[in-house]
Write a protein that binds this ligand. Structure first.
Ligand SMILES: [Zn+2]
Length: 292
């Protein structure tokens, strides 16, 4: 049994976030900080949304294997359900619980309030500084949503989504499996997902596979890296300089989901640059030419 005063550690976490560089966080960050079960932490966070300390938003992430991009972030989930979304990787996206990730931000006014109050507590803050937003966890996670949270969520998500949420403790599968999942997750939470030294192992977390993908470089990022390396091999010239800045602008456009702009920039590249192996790979990945 978790006592009320233990749950207040979640509030402490939120105040620390207000004094940190972290702009948004996932419920996992609060669970890691407090050591409390994720579903209780999530419930508490939803109550802090009610009391206007936090703002709840939703990330819609691409379900395509190896992609995992955030396709949209919204505070009006109902508007997105039933809408046709497309990821820059080409995947058509249906908005279901699997790909909806709750993310919290400080209400700017509350953040200001805490920051003003916080200056005298600098010593304490240094002990347990928050530097990472945590790992995204989707609405389909069996660890996330308690019965009470589900009721709280009705204000924030439409019934089509709410009806598909499995509540923590509502064990449908074998219990051993659930326990293993929990243990795995706890182990994973010790890792710093913000760091780059984590790659390849996509099998450790069952249905959370995509979440780990999102913090790695995607195939498109890798392809851009390879493309830039390829161009750097060219003899120094104005063309090389232009190509490098064009490719950077193209990568930026892709990051911002502006595929049309990326395509226009691609069209400006010289044939010699476009026809490199890396150039062809990018064009295929982005769907500019057939064969991906
Ligand atoms: Zn995608």
């Amino acid at each position: 049994m978790v006592a009320e005063w233990e749950l207040e550690e979640v509030d402490v976490f939120v105040n620390r976030v207000a004094n940190s560089q972290v702009k948004h966080f996932y419920p996992t960050a609060a669970a890691k900080y407090t050591g409390l079960p994720l579903h209780l932490v999530f419930e508490r966070l939803l109550k802090l949304v009610d009391s206007k300390k936090l703002v709840l938003k939703w990330e819609i992430r691409c379900p395509s294997y190896g992609c995992g991009r955030t396709v949209d972030t919204t505070d009006k989930l109902a508007d997105k359900v039933g809408e046709e979304l497309q990821c820059v990787c080409g995947e058509d996206i249906e908005v279901i619980t699997d790909i909806i990730f709750p993310v919290f931000e400080l209400n700017p006014e509350y953040k200001e309030h805490i920051k003003k109050k916080g200056s005298s507590r600098t010593l304490v803050l240094r002990e347990k500084r928050i530097t990472s937003p945590g790992t995204p966890v989707s609405l389909s996670s069996k660890e996330l949503v308690s019965q009470d949270s589900k009721a709280l969520l009705e204000k924030h998500a439409p019934p089509q989504i709410i009806n598909h949420i499995t509540v923590h403790g509502d064990f449908r599968g074998n219990i051993q499996g659930e326990i293993e999942m929990t243990d795995n997750r706890r182990n994973m939470s010790g890792n710093n997902f913000g760091g780059a030294n984590f790659s390849g192992n996509v099998n450790f977390q069952g249905d959370d596979v995509r979440q780990t993908q999102t913090v790695h470089k995607s195939p498109i990022d890798d392809a851009f890296l390879a493309f830039i390396e390829e161009i750097k091999k060219m003899p120094d010239s104005q063309e090389k300089k232009d190509a490098l800045s064009d490719v950077e602008a193209m990568q930026e456009a892709v990051k911002n989901g502006n595929l049309d702009r990326a395509k226009r920039i691609y069209g400006l590249l010289s044939n010699a640059v476009r026809d490199t192996a890396a150039g062809m790979t990018i064009a295929k990945l982005l769907g500019f030419i057939a064969g991906a």
